[in-house]
Design a protein around this ligand. Structure first.
Ligand code: MN3
Length: 202
């Protein structure tokens, strides 16, 4: 069973004005579709066929650059659409809110740390809030389509919130103003989905 491009859980214009419809159309319909197709092509006829994406990424150091780049691209964007919502924004609640306050000092200090990870990632990559192998929250950034599930990641664990800082994610609307895109992102974060992933990771 080949990997399938997941449908967006909302319309392409649902995240406006924070993320514009044209960016969503190209990002999902072209970029994510290409990662999915290229991942399938890279694993076809190999021992990776039939493995889950988590299994593939967990031993990606042994695989070709095509598997690493497209497997990461497939997984990262599948997560990204889910942790965004037109009804998003605000702050997390319950256990996740408490853990963020304990780990980072406050929600605002967490946003600063995450925003710094996003704006200082040189070139293309991602910023992550993750649960590490010891069960602790951490903020990291990764280049290209790498992520914390990969055995090449400096810190390994389960990503629960991710922000795509490739220029294809924001350039049409924000041009070179990555910090403005990062600031707008907070208005569409689906904290219910982040909390669901947090609980599952713990
Ligand atoms: Mn992207």
């Amino acid at each position: 069973m080949a990997f399938q491009l997941p449908s967006l859980p909302y319309s392409t214009n649902a995240l406006e004005p924070h993320i514009d419809a044209r960016t969503m159309e190209i990002h999902h319909g072209k970029h994510h579709a290409a990662y999915t197709n290229n991942l399938n092509a890279a694993i076809e006829g190999t021992a990776l066929e039939g493995k889950t994406i988590e299994e593939i990424l967990g031993q990606v150091s042994k695989q070709s650059p095509a598997v690493r780049n497209n497997g990461g691209g497939y997984y990262n964007h599948s997560l990204f659409w889910e942790i965004l919502s037109p009804n998003g924004g605000g702050e997390p609640s319950d256990a996740l809110a408490d853990d963020i306050a304990t780990r980072f000092g406050s929600f605002n200090e967490f946003k600063e740390a995450f925003g710094k990870a996003a704006t200082t990632q040189f070139g293309s990559g991602w910023a992550w809030l993750m649960v590490d192998a010891a069960g602790a929250l951490a903020v990291i950034n990764t280049p290209n389509q790498d992520n914390p599930l990969m055995d090449v990641s400096a810190l390994r664990g389960t990503p629960i919130l991710g922000l795509d800082v490739w220029e294809h994610a924001y350039y049409l609307n924000y041009q070179n103003r990555r910090p403005d895109y990062v600031a707008a992102f907070w208005n569409v974060v689906n904290w219910d989905e982040v909390a669901r992933r947090y609980t599952a990771a713990k």
